[in-house]
Design a protein around this ligand. Sequence first.
Ligand code: FAS
Ligand code: PHB
Length: 394
Amino acid sequence: MANFKTQVAIIGGGPAGLLLSHILHLNKIDSIIIERQSKSHVLGRIRAGVLEAGTVQLLRDVGLGSRMDKEGMSHDGTSITWEGKPSLFIDVKKFTGKTFMAYGQTSITEDLFQQREIDNGHIFCEASEVEINNIENKHPEVTFVHDGKPQKITCDYVAGCDGFHGVSRHVIPESQQRSFQRNYPFGWLGIMAEVPPYKDVLYGYHSEGFALASQRNPMLSRFYIQVDINDKIEDWSDDRFWEALMRRLPDEVTKNIKIGPSIEKSIAPLRSFVSEPMQYHNLFLAGDSAHVVPPTGAKGLNLAVSDIYYLSRGIIESYKNKNNKYLENYSKTALSRVWSAINLSWRLTKMLHTFPGEDPFDEQLRQSDYDLLLKSEALQQALAVQYIGLPFDV
Ligand code: FAS
Ligand code: PHB
């Protein structure tokens, strides 16, 4: 068995794991990433697209802003359309003084991976049988198989950045854990098309189902529609997708939507999930390993980033000043922001989707929610403050 020593063993090479490793490197703290999939698989994932102001600033602060600032698309606000009612622009810049960025998670992961390789970061891809042992000890161990050979890493801290289906969360004894889950009775069918995107990030409510227009760059559009939970990708031809999207959005929008062949098409299930606490002895969970939100609030990736902001600050403080104050409060600090994002994502999902089996009373409540939002600048400001993301240190 090959043996390695490092300060922080990071399980998972998605945005959370890569960003943590990069920030630790900037602070001369050594880490090793253990990733289950191949590099091409990780870089091929198409997921999030909207970056909160705090995420944009953090990426710039850690030297990863140049491609984002060149290719990303900055937005002063987001649009909501509603069947049979006036559209609404939530003017985030007016209400908060901040803007958000449309820049794909795929690009962020590419930028992070490339920077880790430039800095000779240690990443084991295609690792299997990953196990975390002796987490209660001063020096936990991570064992795994790589290239058919057993490997062992001895470290000071383990960061569980292995997403919802990872192993880290399960190291915490069930008696020490509480989890909260809500599964939604529908999915999101997303497509990518190499056509100029609609000018805004736009959320559309319609009695047939939710629709979303987003973007990746001036020649790459991202669209989603709500589909039945049992739908399969083969049920949805491009033509059927575009027809459904056009039916769900108002003419003033559809006349400005360019359509084209999909270069990627997938259906994602929607869930809200939180596992508490996000730490156990020297194990710290970050990102989707601890929480998942429905993408309606564009919070998933941004929560992973804020978790890493808190976790990296704690690890750096523990090494530089032998002070564990941030690490000891990591879970409490991160969960406060997580629950705020879970709440917003749940509220927007409830408001903007048709739920099978709803009664007319539910539908009336939904209509009145939007009527109130249309009338009240105070409610629009409250939505803007949450959508753009609260400052990391509040
Ligand atoms: P990730 O899941 O990205 O990364 C975890 C990594 O750990 C993966 O590379 C995985 O291969 C690896 N791993 C898993 N098990 C392992 C093991 N046992 N050992 C080693 N490695 C292991 N968020 C939005 O804001 N907007 C969206 O539109 C959006 N769409 C999404 C669509 C889908 C289908 C999914 C699944 C998520 C979506 N999200 C969206 C949320 C998503 O962007 C996540 O919040 C983000 O990827 C979180 O990053 P990580 O925490 O790094 O987890
Ligand atoms: C995306 O661009 O993929 C996107 C944008 C906004 C969301 C979710 C996804 O709320």
